[in-house]
Design a binder for this molecule. Structure first.
Ligand code: WTA
Length: 653
């Protein structure tokens, strides 16, 4: 591999950022040598009701496994994100909301946000939602989504946001898994000029096993479209908001009380309910938002992630609002009405910090630079990237065209499970290498281990499985309702460490380069999908005997979905069956899981013990037919010839 280009620290940032290289090193060393003192000091950024006396109480060892931070402190996350800013920032804009249609917008100050949240929290209480209850939120990118989330936090209800792009069946599974009696949705969402039938999806979700669980729902009127309605179960948001008082007392929450559940895909089985708690999560969200983006008062901050993903939770809501920031919330898509939309929004609100995903950059890159160049973007200072490895071409395009070579790019590595960013450059500190997330943040102890779990010596060039040797406050606490699965998934392959499921390389300067998932999770446009989930959707078709799904390199999405499908002997493959299968996956999971390619397979490559050898399927899907490797251990090596032959037709289809 040729030496990557190095981008030094920008002169115009020098002396203006929180950190210098020397200060970062000092803070980092302190955070590792004395985590108690470091995290006690950093927790002062929040307002606590009862101050904590204990800081870190964690052990990754099986016999005595526990993760607790600030355990005897109490606080309220909504208070920290809103109420405490009223004194000095009541009239400051909290949210610039930009609708799908460029003519729709709303400006919400902290004072207004406080009122709306308090009222909605009263609506929840009026409908018998209390501390510890799970509230499902299935909303598009509208201010009510943030209002609903923080209203839950205000009264101590646990929110479970389900991405509005997920299907009815995915929603059903999530309502069922966390036994959620209450839901907040909208009549319809709007994206790229198209309507999304949210209330209708909810209705469909309630046809199945969630029917007896969900008792009531609140519906925001977004479009006024025709929707199914059931009296006494369904209530309009605007009508309920008129019935309640404007003051809503805060619930005092223990630092370790749950704040939210967010479902994410793993390599096996159904999505896991990742559970985050209150104190540690919020300290970590606020700290990383401030330091990674060098956030200062007056900045206009825009994270483009949907609130249905963890990035939307931590970096569109909790982190920035805890820091009293002004955020942009955008309902639409980057290409609508045209591919200048993002940059027009940057100019309209004078965005200074912009955080997005590589897939967005790649899709805009394809449209050419004219769409960028006709906007100013002079307000931008810091750029961010998240969700998947950013390829150097996309990085350079982002850097040169969007940032005009002035704005450093923070390539931030983290996961739903980690709650916040763990590895990233810092403005003013880190020379950048396109494609590398660079160095660990404070309190983060990454290491690379080989397949036996032996640490490949630190401070040396290495490649291996990326693990974390110690806990940090933002770490997930459990899989909702399934502690055993939590320990098995993250702490068993490599005992005594947290295993991320990612592979990484470390270069001689110590920069980390994430190479991608080493398990059966694929990353499509920055969205995680378990191959097992897609397979089980395909297998549900009566004509399918079995299927195997793998990722393959895709120009825009990073990874595409490639499905090998074996049909019953008497069933001939056909174009219409291919469409049926695609439809089935979309119905069972959502459009993001749509297979890009389906290859008919007379058989799948299996070992003698019946295990599918995905390594071979990945090679075929990637068209690396010359390097299939050893196939002699297969039960029937001839299967591979057939797959290779058929691959040609699949690719050209
Ligand atoms: C991948 C999103 C490379 C990684 C915050 C991880 C990345 C998974 C990066 C988590 C990055 C995220 N560089 N890979 N900067 N950020 N990933 O849970 O494989 O949706 O394990 O969290 O995305 O995805 P999740």
């Amino acid at each position: 591999m040729s030496e990557p280009k190095l981008y030094p620290i920008h002169n115009h940032l020098k002396g203006k950022t929180f950190f210098t290289a020397e200060k970062y090193q000092r803070f980092y060393n302190e955070s590792i040598e004395n985590p108690e003192a470091f995290w006690a000091k950093e927790a002062c950024r929040l307002d606590w009701m009862q101050p904590f006396t204990k800081v870190k109480n964690t052990s990754y060892h099986k016999e005595d496994f526990h993760i607790r931070w600030y355990e005897d402190g109490t606080l309220n996350a909504c208070y920290n994100c809103v109420d405490r800013h009223l004194k000095d920032k009541g009239d400051q804009v909290a949210i610039f909301w930009e609708g799908d249609n460029p003519e729709d917008s709303r400006t919400i100050t902290y004072k207004e946000l406080h009122q709306e949240i308090s009222k909605f929290a009263n609506v929840l209480r009026m409908h018998d939602v209390h501390k510890g209850d799970r509230v499902t939120i299935y909303l598009p990118m509208i201010p009510e989504a943030i209002i609903a989330i923080l209203a839950c936090a205000r009264i101590g209800a646990i929110h479970s946001v389900v991405f509005a792009g997920f299907s009815a069946e995915s929603l059903e599974g999530r309502i069922f898994d966390c036994d959620s009696h209450f839901l907040v949705t909208a009549d319809e969402g709007v994206r790229g000029g198209k309507k999304i039938p949210l209330k209708k999806n909810v209705e469909e979700a309630l046809q199945g096993k969630a029917a007896h669980i969900l008792k009531k729902m609140i519906v925001v009127k977004r479009t006024g479209g025709d929707i199914p309605w059931q009296e006494k179960r369904d209530f309009w948001y605007h009508e309920e908001m008129d019935k309640v008082a404007i003051d809503c007392p805060l619930e005092e929450m223990g630092a370790e009380d749950p704040l939210f559940i967010l479902y994410t895909s793993g390599s096996t089985g159904k999505p896991k309910g990742v559970l985050h708690t209150t104190g540690g999560y919020l300290v970590y969200a606020a700290l990383t938002h401030q330091y990674v983006f060098d956030y200062h008062p007056g900045d206009i901050y825009w994270c483009t992630a949907d609130i249905g993903w963890v990035t939307g939770h931590t970096y569109s809501i909790y982190g920035p609002l805890a820091n009293g920031a002004t955020i942009v919330l955008f309902e639409g898509v980057p290409q609508y009405p045209d591919a200048s939309r993002f940059w027009k929004i940057v100019d309209k609100y004078k965005v200074t910090i912009f955080y997005t995903a590589p897939t967005v950059i790649r899709s805009l890159m394809r449209e050419g630079t004219d769409f960028v160049q006709k906007t100013s973007r002079a307000s931008l200072r810091i750029l961010g990237s998240v969700g998947e490895p950013i390829n150097p071409e996309a990085w350079e395009w982002y850097y040169d065209n969007v940032g005009n070579g002035r704005c450093p790019i923070m390539d931030t590595w983290w996961q739903t499970e980690t709650g916040g960013i763990l590895i990233s450059a810092l403005p003013g500190v880190t020379p950048l290498k396109p494609g590398s997330a660079t160095f660990p943040l404070f309190g983060v102890k990454p290491a690379l281990v080989n397949h036996k779990g032996q640490i490949i010596e630190n401070n040396s060039e290495a490649e291996g499985n990326l693990v974390l040797l110690d806990s940090w406050p933002g770490q997930m606490r459990t899989v909702y309702g399934d502690q055993e699965r939590f320990i098995k998934t993250y702490f068993t392959d490599f005992p005594g460490m947290y295993f991320s499921g990612d592979g990484a390389r470390r270069d001689k300067e110590g920069n980390y380069w994430i190479t991608g998932r080493v398990d059966d999770v694929i990353n499509v446009s920055g969205h995680r999908l378990g191959t097992a989930e897609v397979e089980s959707a395909l297998d549900a078709h009566p004509k399918v005997v079995e299927s195997a799904v793998v990722g393959f390199p895709h120009d825009i999405k990073g990874q595409g979905i490639y499905a090998f499908v074996t049909l019953h002997k008497k069933e001939p493959p056909s174009e219409s069956l291919r469409k049926e299968l695609i439809d089935l996956v979309r119905r069972k999971i959502g459009a993001i899981a749509t297979p890009d390619r389906i290859q008919w397979a007379s058989g799948l490559p299996k070992t003698r013990s019946g295990k599918i050898m995905r390594r071979i399927l990945r090679k075929i899907a990637a068209n690396e037919l010359e390097t299939l490797g050893d196939i002699s251990t297969l039960a029937d090596p001839l299967v591979v010839d057939d797959l290779v032959k058929n691959h040609k037709y699949t690719v050209s289809a």
